[in-house]
Design a protein around this ligand. Structure first.
Ligand SMILES: Cc1cc2nc3c(=O)[nH]c(=O)nc-3n(C[C@H](O)[C@H](O)[C@H](O)COP(=O)(O)OP(=O)(O)OC[C@H]3O[C@@H](n4cnc5c(N)ncnc54)[C@H](O)[C@@H]3O)c2cc1C
Ligand code: SF4
Length: 330
């Protein structure tokens, strides 16, 4: 049986108390939301913080509301609530589809949106017991000096596996972060880096305190598709989200596609500006799939053939456009 290493649990009541605790124990502390990612990782000795700062009793982190032209989501909103919330269903259908596809019912009940966005990257050579990793000789991401995926690689390419990230990227989300110097807002598109050791633009003493998604425009629709081995519980092998807004004539005012679970950074597909003003015909959608395929180069960071995952990108792009749901007016 895998056991947790010893730690002291702190239960702050406010964000400033949480930030102060993170600063006080800097270097030996982690935030705990639902714990569905962090606690298994601690059992594998991937993290052994002496202090955990729980966010459950912090006030004001679990709202879902639309005001001032944006849908505001608290980081402590559970994945299960996102998956059934009527406002999310009406206004952010692709985010709801992503939430419904995360893990299984128990994990969705405990897991949170903030924890999902701040999920540690995953790799077949990293998400293993301490004994397994010792036998292999460790790796760059934890305790070692080599990468087993890219043999001469100097940078970890473990996969971002958070399903809500691509949906929120295509919806133009921004996040709010609180730290010792105050709060700052960041576009989600600028939050992630292509470094699997630490792919988040977040300091150790900072807390993600809010997610803000612009209220959908008229004619805005969005979709989400996920590739995984089983239809429940499994992490994504590939996730794709799409969003666009059509004018009264059915032409796209803009098109966004995001891809995740391939490398360390969930990211928006570039060079889609040429689609502006066009109808999203099957030929146009096939072209979007080809553009996404050219830009993505998965590696053997998970146990699924990277060439197959890459080949499925245009397929999931097509399915995501086919299943696009129109955001309903408020
Ligand atoms: C079997 C299994 C299957 C899974 N399948 C999927 C899947 O299909 N798709 C998917 O996306 N995920 C999956 N997950 C991962 C996980 O369950 C979810 O991503 C969940 O939403 C994580 O949220 P949490 O609150 O439990 O995070 P936690 O484990 O509490 O935290 C995760 C990380 O985020 C940090 N963190 C948490 N909240 C904040 C905050 N507000 N500010 C700053 N940092 C914060 C923590 O310090 C920690 O480093 C799976 C997990 C398991 C065990
Ligand atoms: S990608 Fe390489 S460095 Fe990163 S976790 Fe996997 S084996 Fe380790």
């Amino acid at each position: 049986m895998l056991t947790l290493p010893p730690f002291t649990y702190h239960a702050p009541a406010t964000v400033s108390e949480a930030v102060a605790l993170l600063a006080e124990h800097r270097g030996d502390v982690k935030l705990l939301a639902g714990g569905t990612d962090l606690l298994p990782n601690m059992k594998h000795r991937l993290f052994t913080p002496a202090h955990l700062v729980g966010l459950r009793s912090v006030r004001g982190l679990a709202e879902i509301a639309e005001k001032d032209g944006a849908v505001r989501l608290g980081p402590m909103v559970s994945i299960a609530r996102l998956a059934r919330d009527p406002l999310v269903e009406q206004r952010l259908p692709s985010l709801q589809a992503a939430a419904q596809a995360i893990a299984g019912p128990q994990l969705r009940q405990m897991g949170t949106l903030g924890g999902n966005l701040c999920l540690d990257t995953r790799c077949v050579f990293y998400n293993q017991t301490a004994f397994w990793r010792l036998a292999l000789g460790y790796c760059l991401k934890k305790d070692g000096t080599v990468c087993h995926v890219v043999k001469a690689g100097k940078r970890c390419v473990a996969a971002a596996s958070n399903d809500t990230a691509p949906a929120l990227l295509t919806l133009g989300a921004r996040i709010r972060v609180a730290g010792p110097l105050g709060t700052r807002d960041v576009a989600l598109a600028d939050f992630y880096f292509a470094d699997g050791v630490r792919n988040l633009g977040l300091q150790e003493d900072e807390v993600l305190t809010g997610i803000e998604v612009p209220s959908p425009e008229a004619g805005q629709r969005s979709g989400f598709q996920k590739l995984r081995v089983r239809e429940a519980v499994d992490y994504p092998s590939l996730s794709v989200a799409v969003s666009s807004a059509l004018d009264a004539g059915g032409n796209a005012r803009w098109v966004r596609v995001a891809v995740s679970a391939l490398g360390a950074r969930p990211h928006l597909v570039g060079s889609l500006e040429s689609l502006t003003g066009s109808k999203l015909t099957s030929a146009a959608v096939a072209e979007i799939g080809r553009i996404a395929h050219r830009q993505c180069h998965p590696l053997t960071n998970i146990n699924i053939d990277p060439a197959w995952r890459r080949d499925l990108i245009p397929v999931l792009v097509k399915r995501a456009f086919e299943t696009c749901r129109l955001a309903r007016a408020s």
